[in-house]
Write a protein that binds this ligand. Structure first.
Ligand code: FPP
Ligand code: MG
Length: 397
């Protein structure tokens, strides 16, 4: 079993100094971590000439309050963009081909989601990991397309469960096509992806992807079991996101290594790289849910509306005077937060530095990913995987 290097302990409610800075200190103490540093003024201005980046540039100041170098982040994003612009067309051709094979009524929701953008992070991980271990065959694109299709299937279902009206800035598939069609499209995509992987005739590939699907479902079930539960500990939170998000990134990497014929130890390192990166990815995703829309280009406050208890909220609660915290807990747990309150809470959590502070454990998991990566043979692909690690920590969209 993989060790998760997460900070231990629940988000204890603390005594209640009145100023935001003091509150943040109290929350940080509860979290067992230092507070985010003030940003380096020397790194403030954004470069207006920065090229548009699929992977998230330009980089607003807020992402650098914790750690990181803006130039390094830009270089990482540019390197990933470059490889993605080479590989994306081929990944998309595969996705189109396999989507066209779906049963008629599944095709439209599947195309709607798959062709609405998305960074193709998972296929990229499969390609880079496979190549890092010496694989050069086209099977990597098929395996990458299969994990992207699996991921899309989970999103079709997730948007129904979360009652989310939007995905990637467009109406969700269930809004456009109805719940029945969206559920069935998700089912068909799941089946198609598993068929694609099993067509390789390699039981290790099939086991890898099946296990990931199982853990993804378990993670989502665990999340729903703890919805609106503010007693969630950091370990519980990490367990949930490991399942619902990190296992699919783990599989993305492990599939590549297995296809390359990597030995057991190397495949384990690839899996660990993916898993730790995946945990960090979701931690940052949950941080960005509190960022202003102008920075992320996405609506904020979804987790508050959906009753998802994530670190920014838990850190904020831990910083509040007991009475105020109890009131907020009761309203959140009772599903009584109106739109104005959600808006105000997002503002307070962001401005108070709690969202940024919640990014910090992502660094711990990415350090775990770096350790795993260090055992890969040196190659340009290994360097690109390291850039992905950097991107995951500093992304703002
Ligand atoms: C997104 O989380 C959700 C997931 C990554 C996993 C969803 C998993 C399932 C619905 C169960 C398994 C389904 C299949 C077909 C195997 P989020 O809601 O925090 O992210 P979001 O803000 O992007 O919606
Ligand atoms: Mg969701």
């Amino acid at each position: 079993m993989v060790s998760l290097n997460a900070p231990a302990g629940p988000y204890f409610p603390q005594s209640s100094p009145s100023r935001a800075g003091q509150r943040r200190d109290a929350a940080a103490a509860a979290f067992g971590k230092v507070c985010p540093q003030q940003s380096d003024p020397g790194r403030s201005g954004q470069n207006p000439d920065a090229p548009p980046s699929v992977f998230g540039g330009p980089f607003p100041e807020a992402s650098f309050t914790l750690r990181g170098d803006r130039e390094e982040a830009r270089r990482a994003a540019e390197a990933i963009d470059a490889v993605l612009s080479r590989e994306q067309p081929r990944i998309n051709v595969e996705l189109r081909r396999h989507t066209a094979d779906l049963p008629e009524h599944a095709r439209a929701p599947a195309e709607h989601l798959l062709l609405s953008g998305g960074k193709r992070l998972r296929p990229l991980l499969t390609l880079l990991t496979g190549r890092a271990f010496g694989c050069r065959d086209a099977g990597l694109h098929t395996l990458g397309a299969a994990v992207e299709m699996l991921h899309a299937a989970t999103l079709l279902h997730d948007d129904i469960l979360d009652n989310a009206p939007l995905r990637r800035g467009r109406s969700s598939a269930h809004v456009l096509f109805g719940t029945v069609q969206a559920v069935l499209a998700g089912d068909a995509m799941l089946a198609k992806a598993l068929l694609l992987v099993s067509s390789f005739g390699d039981p290790r590939l099939t086991a890898c992807v099946s296990e990931a699907v199982m853990h993804t479902a378990e993670g989502e079930i665990a999340e729903f079991a703890r919805l609106r539960d503010t007693s969630l500990s950091h370990e519980d939170y990490v367990r949930i996101i490991t399942g619902k998000t990190a296992w699919m990134l783990r599989a993305s990497c492990e599939l590549g290594a297995l296809r390359a014929g990597a030995g057991e130890e190397a495949a384990r390192a690839a899996a660990l790289f993916g898993l730790e990166s995946g945990i960090a990815f979701q931690i940052v995703d949950d941080v960005l849910d509190y960022y202003p829309c102008e920075e992320t280009g996405k609506p904020k406050g979804g987790d508050l509306r959906e009753g998802k208890c994530t670190p920014p909220l838990l850190l904020y609660l831990a910083s509040l005077p007991a009475e105020k915290a109890d009131r907020l807990r009761a309203d959140f747990e009772g599903g009584r937060l109106d739109e104005a309150t959600v808006e105000a809470l997002c503002g307070e959590i962001y401005a108070g530095g709690f969202a940024e502070q919640a990014r910090e454990p992502a660094g711990v998991h990415l350090a775990g990913a770096a350790q795993a990566l260090a055992s890969f043979p040196p190659s340009p692909e290994r360097d690109l995987l390291d850039n992905i690690r950097h991107y995951i920590l500093t992304r703002t969209a």
